[in-house]
Write a protein that binds this ligand. Structure first.
Ligand code: ADP
Ligand code: MG
Length: 366
């Protein structure tokens, strides 16, 4: 394996005509050996971004560079990317070994050498016994492993994956997520993945770039974007959260104080961008259900609000309470649940959280 390269996407825009932009001002760097995911809902510009990198779409504005060199004038065949796209199928008339060796044939490698390389690659994905099979004689998961082998066999600068596991059932998808991640670490390749599945993104990525309306809203490690979202969109797209609206009461010691609907005050981290809100500004605080606690009598935390339990449901791995507080329903998720300690509906409770687990949001429309 040759050393992976640095892929740089620099202020890239894409218009398919007119002044509607499918991709707007997207910039990021895929560092050598990194696993970066573009995560966003359908239509947010993920595939278009990948297509421009692969060279199947032109760039309207901006540049794409490999190790600092602009690749705008290189055709897709001359760019050195491994690609597994949705619907980018295996060749049905070729066996597995021929499929995997195909890119090497295109590069003019001799038959003997390319079949040796293909066999080595198939061994890495656990398909050494399948070289002579035709694609239709393989399961969906095996076909995706062959597609991955074909994308990796020629030492690409990076691997580009567009929803590669979308057609597989959940169990198989999770298994392949682990396999791909493991393979990526073992061979040290850079991966750029496109997905709308937040769990897949969390599970596989070193960093996630969250996309909406053609642009990147926030980029960071899975823990950073999950625990400290920048906007209501990011907070809501990456799993479940509670949104508590209120008015900013000032900032101190690196936190903001927010007065909620019932006049109680909670503390939260300041917004990720847009600056610290001024006193009296509208504020919106995001707190994950698993970061809010029902406090025991006498127990206290940085922020405490009062409420009343509406319902409690045991769900196996965790229990989920709905609590009426601050004029809305607050979801509390806990793994500390037993039949003896379950809090019955109608009970007056105090909810608490640590200031670091509450994130006030920017771009707030309340
Ligand atoms: P995603 O992969 O995030 O679902 P896409 O990149 O496929 O999003 O699409 C982004 C936007 O660009 C969408 O509004 C889509 O309708 C539009 N779009 C994509 N491909 C074309 C095309 N070939 N012609 C015109 N519009 C397109
Ligand atoms: Mg897409």
């Amino acid at each position: 394996m040759s050393a992976p390269r640095r892929l740089e996407v620099n202020e890239v825009w894409k218009s398919y005509g007119g002044d509607l932009y499918a991709v707007r001002d997207v910039s990021f760097v895929l560092e050598p050996g990194e696993f970066l995911t573009l995560l966003g809902p359908s239509g947010s510009g993920k595939t278009t971004t990948l297509m421009m990198i692969a060279g199947f779409e032109t760039v309207s504005r901006g540049s794409i560079r490999i190790d600092g060199r602009d690749i705008a004038d290189q055709s897709p065949e001359h760019r050195n990317f491994g690609i597994v796209f949705q619907g980018y199928a295996l060749f049905p008339h070729m066996n597995v070994a021929e499929n995997v060796a195909f890119p090497l044939r295109m590069k003019g490698m001799g038959k003997r050498e390319r079949l040796i390389k293909a066999a080595e690659m198939l061994e890495k994905v656990g398909l050494e016994g399948f070289a002579q099979r035709r694609p239709h004689e393989l399961s969906g998961g095996q076909q995706q492993r062959v597609a991955l082998s074909r994308a990796l066999v020629f030492d690409p600068d990076a691997l580009l994956l567009d929803e590669p596991l979308g057609a597989l059932d959940r169990k198989l998808r999770e298994q392949l997520q682990i396999e791909i991640k493991e393979l990526q670490k073992r061979i040290g390749i850079s991966v750029l993945l496109v997905t709308h599945d937040q769990e897949e993104a969390m599970m596989m990525s070193d960093r996630i770039a969250v996309m909406a309306d053609g642009g990147i809203v926030q980029m960071g490690t899975p823990a950073d974007v999950y625990l400290h979202p920048a906007t209501p969109f990011v907070a809501g797209f990456l799993g479940e959260t509670n949104f508590l609206p209120g008015l900013c009461q000032g900032a101190s010691e690196g936190y903001v104080s927010v007065k909620f609907r019932n006049g109680e005050i909670g503390r939260a981290r300041p917004p990720r961008f847009g600056g610290v809100p001024a006193t009296g500004d509208k504020a919106l605080v995001s707190i994950r259900p698993e970061r809010v606690r029902i406090l025991k009598p006498g127990e206290t935390m940085d922020s405490v609000i009062e409420g009343r339990v509406v319902s409690g449901t045991f769900l196996g791995r965790h229990a989920r309470y709905i609590v009426e507080a601050e004029g809305q329903q607050v979801v509390v998720s806990t793994t500390e649940w037993s039949e003896a300690t379950a809090v019955p509906p109608g009970t007056a409770v105090r909810l608490g959280w640590s200031s670091d687990d509450a994130q006030s949001l920017a771009d707030v429309k309340v």
